[in-house]
Design a binder for this molecule. Structure first.
Ligand SMILES: [Zn+2]
Length: 296
């Protein structure tokens, strides 16, 4: 079985985007483009590389995203990009007021620490999101699809987009990292989020020990609980530190265990309501307990 993995080609789009990233970052700084313009353009460029690659060399032919999937991911992704940008702008404004100091470290150290800090924040909110609580009712939307594609990376509840952004950006602002370092971390985060969901065949080989990959992230989406670790998407270091790192063959099924408990992945209105459903029921129970007459 292991020979089938060793025969895999290199995941060229992943490696090419990582090589291109410092070039894009340097160009953005040289021309002083606005951060949101750079991030939006980089997101579009990554999709423009990965989506044709999904058709050219898919990891699974039966995971092909048809128009219905693309339309859904486009609508939800558009909302989430705006939610992400608004959260970033709000947190940055807050940081200017509350944390006016700057960081004295060199740019290289800031980027390195920024990558680790952003991933640590993201790792823990993601891991807490998989506990059976309110965060899971938010996060389950992202796990409902029974296939993984690049556009699927954008398919999540908008609340998920907001708290994930806060978990990644908050530590960077608290450390007082420079805008240049924050931009580098954000560009890396976009590439890693899209690549790890992309339905593109290939391996990054031993780099799986130090870099998030589609191979690792497909296991996170497995319906088999024993396989479903790998909460990190950019770097696997915190999974390795906290014992949730998984390696192995690609899962047979991705999605959620007991999918019948949840609305269809295309029922967007019902998915939006999931996080509020139980809260609403609890509120109704409280009303019934406190004001029995009101219940009639
Ligand atoms: Zn997850």
């Amino acid at each position: 079985m292991s020979s089938s993995r060793t025969r895999q080609p290199w995941h060229v789009p992943h490696l090419a985007l990582l090589v291109l990233l410092p070039v894009a970052w340097s160009a953005a700084l040289a021309w002083s483009f606005a951060a949101e313009t750079v991030l939006g353009t980089w997101l579009a460029l990554n999709l423009a590389v990965l989506m044709p690659a999904e058709k050219w060399r898919p990891h699974r032919r039966d995971w092909h995203a048809d128009r219905r999937h693309l339309r859904r991911d486009g609508v939800v992704g558009g909302i989430n990009v705006m939610a992400d940008a608004a959260t970033g702008a709000g947190l940055a404004a807050l940081a200017v007021t509350l944390l006016p100091g700057s960081n004295p470290w060199s740019l290289g150290v800031q980027i390195l620490v920024g990558l680790l800090a952003a991933e640590l924040g993201s790792y823990w909110v993601h891991r807490w999101s998989h506990a059976e609580g309110w965060l899971w009712r938010v996060h389950v939307t992202h796990h409902l699809p029974d296939r993984l594609t690049a556009s699927n990376a954008l398919f999540a509840h908008p609340i998920n987009a907001v708290y994930d952004k806060a978990a990644k950006l908050g530590p960077l602002l608290a450390l007082g990292l420079s805008p240049e370092a924050v931009l580098a971390v954000a560009l890396f985060g976009i590439t890693q989020a899209l690549v790890t969901h992309a339905n593109v065949a290939g391996t990054i080989g031993p780099l799986n020990w130090m870099l998030g990959s589609a191979e690792l992230h497909r296991l996170h989406h497995s319906t088999e609980e024993a396989e479903a670790g790998n909460f990190g998407t950019t770097l696997p270091i915190w999974d390795q530190v906290f014992g949730t790192y998984r390696r192995g063959e690609s899962p047979i099924h991705v999605g959620v265990f007991e999918a019948k408990r949840y609305p269809s992945e295309f029922a967007l209105q019902r998915l939006l309501h999931i996080p509020f459903k139980k809260v609403g029921l609890r509120f109704a129970d409280a009303i019934r307990r406190c004001c029995p007459l009101g219940a009639h």
